[in-house]
Design a protein around this ligand. Structure first.
Ligand code: BEZ
Length: 392
């Protein structure tokens, strides 16, 4: 587990670290446990993503003696199955039924949009630890809604820029047909067109289908000089294997969700895939070294980007809770403290835009021998191009 020195090196204040030990000061905390409602996929193709986020939420909390801002933490976990039609009922269950103090969720953009609609109406402090739906930090942005991951267009643009810099000119895109795929492809196309690149065709596949043979046949006949792909979790692994088996010889690119969490299982089939992401395991900073060591020790596997986003969700919440001494009824002050938070994350410097989306570095990586390797900084301190975000 993480020790006191690790916590200090990760930007957690000395006060917080003392709360981890036996000198926790008496506070509101001791009057009751803090209930955190968790909406994540624990089944289906995104289950590994939900699991990685949950593991980090628990790791962070356990490393603080099971408490945040002095309050005992209890997690109420709900499996959203990455099914948008179930999101409204499940979110309501957490907020109204379970009376959660805080809401953390989710992975799938469609589920997140329905969740955020309810969270905005209720005012419950909410942290999105993955789903990138642009609208969450654009038109739907709210005082009580925060994201510790990325916006879909933001990462699409960063990836497109790197592909142009690598000299690519003609692309085919392949993605799941829902908000995440559409927006990641949209951001990519903006950057690719700005660099005079041409997209020959956008191929879409219904979520969460994994039948890729006709897409591969189309790519073979179109002969682009690169392929840009959004899949993640189980679907990504299947695509990587099918793509390698098709022996097209065309460079495969995408946002790093394509390879994170599946790199070891991909094996040699993944060799040479280039991705852009706001995290890579071998980032050389003290917060990342401590985080990787702690995660590895706790779960016997290295963390991926989803784990980092979960860790930062807990860290952000911790900062907000400390500002109100654990009193979640003080929502205005809690939200303001999270909005102003700035800390060193395993991914590098972390802060939020006025729309509560991370302003962050993106890294160029190459998968080789079952590991995503750092190739260089793709873009520094990039914000989403948020327009029209008006706090409700
Ligand atoms: C999304 O639905 O926003 C998403 C899911 C998996 C990885 C990245 C984004």
């Amino acid at each position: 587990m993480i020790n006191r020195r690790h916590l200090l090196s990760m930007g957690v204040s000395a006060g917080a670290v003392s709360a981890f030990g036996s000198f926790a000061r008496p506070s509101y905390a001791q009057s009751g446990s803090l209930k955190i409602g968790i909406l994540l996929p624990f089944s289906g193709t995104y289950a590994p993503l939900g699991e990685a986020i949950m593991r980090s939420l628990e790791l962070y909390t356990n490393s603080h003696g099971g408490k945040l801002a002095g309050r005992e933490v209890s997690f109420v976990k709900v499996d959203d199955e990455s099914a948008p039609p179930k999101a409204t009922e499940l979110t309501t269950k957490l907020i109204k039924g379970e009376k959660a103090d805080i809401l953390i969720g989710t992975v799938h953009s469609g589920v997140a949009m329905a969740m955020v609609k309810i969270a905005r109406e209720d005012g419950i402090p909410t942290i999105v630890p993955n789903a990138g739906a642009d609208i969450i930090t654009r038109a739907m942005c709210a005082e009580n809604v925060f994201r510790t991951s990325f916006a879909n267009s933001q990462i699409g643009r960063a990836t497109g820029d790197s592909m142009i810099k690598a000299g690519h000119k003609k692309a085919v895109t392949v993605s799941w047909k829902y908000a995440a795929g559409e927006e990641m492809v949209g951001g990519f196309k903006k950057a690719f067109a700005a660099g005079k690149g041409e997209v020959l065709k956008d191929i879409t596949i219904p979520f969460p289908d994994v039948e890729f043979q006709s897409a591969l046949a189309e790519i073979a006949s179109l002969k682009p000089d690169c392929v840009y792909v959004f899949f993640s979790g189980g679907g990504a692994l299947k695509f990587i294997k099918d793509y390698a088996a098709a022996k097209l010889g065309i460079p495969l690119w995408g946002p790093g969700f394509l390879t994170d969490g599946v790199e070891a299982e991909a094996g040699a089939a993944g060799d040479g895939i280039k991705t852009v992401l706001h995290y890579v395991g071998d980032l050389d900073n003290p917060e990342n070294k401590a985080f990787v060591a702690a995660f590895q020790q706790a779960y016997k596997i290295p963390p991926d980007v989803f784990a980092v986003q979960g860790w930062d969700a807990a860290h952000l919440l911790d900062i907000g809770l400390k500002a109100v001494d654990g009193d979640t009824a003080k929502r205005t002050q809690l939200n303001a403290a999270m909005a102003a938070a700035s800390f060193n994350s395993p991914r590098g410097p972390f802060k939020l835009s006025s729309a509560h989306n991370p302003v962050q570095n993106f890294y160029l990586r190459e998968l080789k021998g079952g590991k995503n390797n750092y190739l260089g900084l793709a873009a520094a301190a990039i914000a989403d191009d948020t327009v029209g975000c008006k706090l409700a």
